[in-house]
Design a protein around this ligand. Structure first.
Ligand code: C2E
Ligand code: MG
Ligand code: MG
Length: 602
């Protein structure tokens, strides 16, 4: 039975208890009135239907929400209320129920509104039975459907999804969404055994214009460029702004090398025409790199990278032109292979290091946890951050071993700190490659057990890209760890891709807002409202929120005002080696003790 079901037996029992001791038992009218009252105060839309889906009763909320009177509805099939594309969902719900009598999980579907303007209402619908067990019925004759209006939540989700997939300034799709589109183009091309092309381009003198005429002129110029290119776009093409003065253009229908080259010439000639911005006539040059699937890359990221390399080649050899990717452009390949071998050796000899960045409670200022971050102390190149070796590790198939190493070190280290009286959790990053390993969850659990840390003091951080790509295979592993008590965080939230459905599909416990959102949240703009919406959504889903990359006091004030729980960033501390991190923990708890002492004395 769902919480919304009208359980007559329960009602009768409660009422009898209430009236116990009074002379008379409640009459049937009392029950009827009470039932009427309960149905009336319920804010859900309630319907009674039979197993064929014919409607026998609806409450007032149906009229208020959909504009349909009881006369329009009673006696009609349920389909009159349900939006046509969702008929099968309603049918499945009833069929599941009628066959087994077991309450199926609730579903999300759309109901028709009478007025044209609103068209439909999103509801979460659950079914429960009015089964008379005493009469020995095994199949319910009447099913109670209760529908909760979730339109506002759906609108907010759609708005966030749109913003996450688009560039605020130009309205073009952003890099993350572009990658999604390229992935889809690859899937289609694979199926049809065809090729396609994509461009990466960059404006040659944009920085000079921006610096000399100001950002507002720069922004107007970018908008004008986006508009001009979008107007001339061929059907099916996807134009994206990657950020700054970098753009991408996916040409899914450019199957021949010639058509890709023609598209490059078209972009060059379109952008060669000067732009009138305020009182200026602005001319810009463009450098374009072109890459072809599958010759220049078989993954979306690989293809964009090839186009990027070709674009740099143009920049180095004269600008305002285009070049098709050529493997000879990949001059660094040899150095890369050498580095790869060195990384393999470093891993085997456990020469990598783990640094720790504090996570701070915004309300108390206390260090609540640390994030473990891999570092490679290279004998020749010095201390390297993951941006310099993670891709390499991934390509060489070493990243899962690297993750295992970091996890072992971090749990061991934090266990020592806990033993010394520092009550903190540890947050650890995991890669897609590690999650894909069959034994991932059991290895993680064994490392955890060996370290002696409580599962509740460990969080696993996963990027959106990992979560979306490997859905089915990883949900079970994450559920296993979640059941042990391990926290699961969506890392770099907002940068990955554009559908939020995974937030409900994975057993997440927290959400880390990517540092790119921090830059201009304190101005009143789209980023700020997006961050507000993300925090509100996370709270709605019961997740804790950590803001990443916090660098200023103004950002802290902004986040505090929105009840963001924790933050991480240079304003508190950069990542530190274990020794320095311990010193910070010690000085922090001394400060805490002083604070407690002062508070205790007053
Ligand atoms: P992340 O998990 O989002 O980690 C936060 C990154 O932001 C760290 O970069 C940190 O140094 C940086 N950061 C912290 N505070 C600030 C700030 O105030 N401003 C700015 N601009 N940056 C800040 P780092 O250490 O270079 O790590 C980069 C990424 O590499 C991490 O991002 C994580 O995704 C990945 N990574 C690090 N260690 C591991 C690991 O052991 N395994 C895996 N699979 N990935 C790792
Ligand atoms: Mg992280
Ligand atoms: Mg992050």
């Amino acid at each position: 039975m769902t919480a919304n079901a009208i359980d007559a037996h329960e009602l009768a029992r409660s009422l009898s208890q209430l009236m116990a001791g009074s002379e008379s038992q409640p009459s049937i009218e009392v029950y009827a009135n009470l039932l009427q009252f309960l149905v009336g105060v319920n804010s859900d839309l309630l319907l009674l239907v039979d197993t064929q889906g014919r409607i026998h009763y609806c409450n007032r909320n149906v009229r208020d929400a959909l504009g349909l009177d009881a006369e329009d509805v009673v006696g009609q099939p349920l389909h009159v209320l349900v939006h046509q594309p969702d008929h099968h969902l309603a049918d499945n719900l009833l069929a599941a129920f009628a066959q087994s009598g077991i309450t199926p999980p609730s579903i999300e579907l759309r109901l028709n509104c009478k007025s044209e303007a609103d068209q439909f209402l999103w509801v979460q619908m659950s079914a429960s039975s009015m089964l008379n067990e005493n009469a020995g019925q095994s199949v319910p004759p009447i099913i109670c459907l209760s529908a909760k209006d979730i339109s506002a939540q759906k609108r907010a989700e759609a708005e966030i999804e749109h913003q996450l997939a688009h560039d605020n300034l130009t309205g073009l799709v952003n890099r993350a969404q572009f990658i999604v589109e390229v992935d889809e183009a690859i899937a289609r091309a694979k199926e049809n055994e065809q090729s396609f092309m994509l461009m990466f381009f960059d404006l040659d003198r944009f920085k000079t214009i921006n610096d000399s005429l100001g950002h507002s002129v720069g922004d107007l110029l970018l908008q004008a460029i986006a508009q001009r290119l979008a107007d001339a776009q061929a059907p099916g093409d996807v134009l994206a702004r990657f950020g700054g003065d970098e753009f991408g253009l996916l040409l899914p229908n450019a199957v021949s090398p010639e058509s890709g080259q023609q598209a490059c010439e078209k972009v060059l000639s379109l952008l060669a025409e000067p732009f009138s911005i305020e009182s200026y006539q602005l001319s810009i040059d463009t450098s374009i790199g072109l890459a072809r699937y599958p010759d220049h890359g078989t993954s979306s990221v690989g293809l964009v990278q090839s186009a990027d390399i070709a674009m740099y080649h143009v920049k180095e050899t004269g600008k305002n032109n285009y070049a098709v990717f050529d493997s000879a452009m990949n001059m660094d390949r040899f150095a890369q292979i050498q580095l790869e071998q060195e990384l393999r050796r470093a891993l085997a000899k456990s020469e990598l290091e783990v640094h720790y960045q504090p996570v701070v409670s915004l309300s108390s200022g206390e260090i609540t946890g640390v994030e473990a971050l891999a570092r490679w102390n290279h004998p020749r190149l010095g201390l390297m951050a993951p941006s310099r070796f993670l891709d390499l590790a991934e390509e060489a198939g070493l990243v899962a071993d690297l993750d295992n190493f970091v996890q072992r070190c971090a749990m061991q280290q934090v266990s020592e700190w806990q033993a010394a009286g520092h009550d903190i959790y540890v947050s650890i990053n995991a890669s897609a490659a590690q999650l894909e390993r069959e034994e991932f969850a059991s290895t993680f659990a064994a490392t955890l057990k060996a370290s002696g840390i409580a599962a509740a003091n460990v969080k696993l951080e996963l990027t959106e890209k990992t979560l979306i790509k490997r859905k089915q295979s990883i949900v079970a592993k994450l559920n296993y760890l979640r059941d042990l008590g391990v926290g699961i965080a969506a890392d770099d939230f907002g940068t990955g891709y554009s559908s939020l459905s995974y937030l409900k599909d994975f057993p997440l416990t927290s959400l880390k807002i990517d540092q790119s959102f921090m830059r201009d949240i304190t101005d009143e703009n789209d980023t700020a409202s997006l961050v507000d919406a993300i925090i509100a959504m996370a709270h709605g889903l019961g997740f804790s929120v950590v803001a990443e990359g916090v660098e200023t006091a103004a950002q802290i004030r902004y986040l505090l005002a929105r009840q963001c729980g924790e933050a991480q960033g240079y304003i508190f501390s950069a990542p530190l080696n274990a020794e320095k991190m311990l010193a910070l923990l010690v000085s922090n708890s001394a400060k805490e003790r002083r604070r407690a002492h002062v508070l205790g004395n007053h």
